[in-house]
Design a protein around this ligand. Structure first.
Ligand SMILES: [Zn+2]
Ligand SMILES: [Zn+2]
Length: 349
């Protein structure tokens, strides 16, 4: 079968490898759609801290497909061959405090397809036993296309962030960065009832996209003073919610200058390794009672909630798809994924 692998050396390879053989405890998925994530690009360029240097890995963790084969020890009441499913990418050890509370994404010993285990940029994906028993395989309704279902994963990471800062009416929300994740945050904030959404983004194309996706105001922070805009739009109070959806140190440092009393900040985009020391006025946190969260990944519960949001069409994930490619067109797909005008690129298989 075809698959797209990397050694973490800046290159991808289209490889022909044997179709995976499953054990009696595993499931084989016929991959139908798998979207490219910023994480895939990072692993391609720099590898991943979970992997030894030079480990060859098949990329891809945003995935949906059809169950092709079920091992004979897998409870037959749960799954059937031909079932349409989406797969949450992370599993935990199953017994640490984080796993017990449902947050396998914060397990210190997590594993993930496309990161530590071969991923879904392939014709078939072997789904290990732990994925079956931890609830990572979710049935999807016929109303949800495979392409949309592959985008449930990024949607669920945004849902996890929005839950951590509890976006609700009448919040005024500022989103810094209008790449695909910024746009998903915009759609999520709207769904949760934000009164006004301001987007800060230096790219002209991305600002325009943010407005098309329903931002009330899109600001270029290199041309206008973002703080002035925030004060003008909030009766000088500052925004109630601020999300940094860009790997920007400056955005993180400036957040406290823009936030209202009892405001909530989510540092969604991580900073590059070794560049994560920032300087902030901590008294603002103290005197204004500011909540700062950081989130990564999603719990299985959040993943399932994201499926139901996608199925309801309250967030239309199809709008996010800029381009579709076959696995053979991997080079072109990865080149497209990094363009400013691109939101999500999906492999349809
Ligand atoms: Zn992802
Ligand atoms: Zn654990």
């Amino acid at each position: 079968m075809l698959a797209i692998s990397t050694l973490g050396n800046g290159k991808i390879e289209i490889i022909d490898i044997p179709k995976p053989k499953i054990s009696d405890n595993e499931i084989l998925l016929k991959v139908k759609a798998s979207s490219i994530c910023g994480t895939d690009i990072k692993i391609k360029n720099f590898g991943h801290f979970k992997n030894p240097e030079g480990k060859k890995i098949v990329l891809g963790h945003e995935v949906s497909g059809i169950i092709e084969q079920i091992g004979k020890n897998v409870p037959s009441s749960l799954f059937t061959e031909g079932m349409r499913v989406a797969i949450a990418p992370n599993i935990g050890c199953g017994h640490c405090d984080n796993c017990i509370s449902g947050f396998t994404n914060y397990c210190e010993n997590y594993q993930a397809i496309g990161i530590t285990i071969n991923g879904s940029f392939a014709e078939y994906l072997k789904i290990p036993y732990e994925y079956i028993i931890q609830g990572n395989i979710s049935k999807i309704s016929d109303s949800l296309s495979f392409e949309e279902a592959s985008l449930v994963e990024p949607l669920s990471t945004v849902l996890a962030a929005s839950e951590s800062i509890n976006i609700a009416p009448p919040d005024i929300v500022l989103i810094i960065g209008a790449g695909p994740m910024g746009i998903l945050h915009l759609m999520m904030a709207r769904l949760r009832g934000a009164k006004k959404i301001i987007v800060s983004e230096i790219s002209d194309i991305r600002r325009e996209q943010a407005l098309q996706f329903g931002a009330d105001i899109a600001v270029n922070p290199e041309k206008v003073n973002l703080k002035d805009v925030v004060l003008r739009e909030t009766d000088s109070k500052g925004v109630n919610v601020l999300i940094t959806a860009a790997p920007s140190k400056r955005a993180q440092e400036e957040a406290l200058e823009l936030i209202a009393t009892k405001g909530r900040i989510n540092l969604f985009g991580g900073l590059p390794k070794g560049q994560d020391i920032i300087s902030i006025k901590s008294n603002i946190i103290h005197y204004k009672n500011i909540l700062i969260t950081g989130t990564t990944g999603q719990s299985i519960h959040q993943y399932r909630k994201a499926i139901s949001i996608a199925e309801s069409k309250k967030i239309d994930l199809t709008k996010l798809i800029t381009a579709r490619f076959s696995l053979k067109e991997a080079e072109k797909a990865f080149q497209t994924a990094v363009l400013e005008s691109t939101l999500k690129v999906v492999f349809t298989i």
